[in-house]
Write a protein that binds this ligand. Sequence first.
Ligand code: ZN
Length: 198
Amino acid sequence: MSDPNDPSLISICGEVLLSKACQTINFFYQDYHISGYQYNLIYYALSQDPYRLQVYEAFMPPTAGAYYYEKGLHLNRLMNHAHPFYKFALVHECTHAIEDFMTRKVVRTLDSEVAAFIAAALYERHNSPFSEALLNDLSVGDNQVFSVARRVVAGLDQPGITITPAAVAPLIQAVLKDPTEGPEISNNPLLTEMGYFT
Ligand SMILES: [Zn+2]
């Protein structure tokens, strides 16, 4: 048995996962129903003794905030925990954890990616209304998918909404064009996720 999760990392995760902004996420997308209650369960999974989800700090590229792989949540050791991008990444990765714990095996599909981006963008929107400056802020990461995600959820933020692929078509295109994972998803829709969070 490994050591329990570090209390400071549990606290960082709790601040995001138990926040009202995260708890009010509630939407359907394809096979998924992602809602605030599930983020509670992810928090319990990493805070209970024995934990069911391990959380680590790790070194990773400066453009990555976090990644999730096989019941391990990895947080960027060098990124400021208060940075909006860090929190966006945390919600995105915990959405993958929800998808894996509650709905299916550890596989990454286009649907699961899109759902994770919708969830993280809704969290951000609940946290603070988007300004034009934030919508256009690409200062963290080279990943324009986040910017697109923020734009598409602007008209889709209603509790319990069923979001269709047509409603998020620009986000789907952005994920597929993402240099890291887009080609892998489009060539192999059931590819096991190997790493970074896009
Ligand atoms: Zn992802």
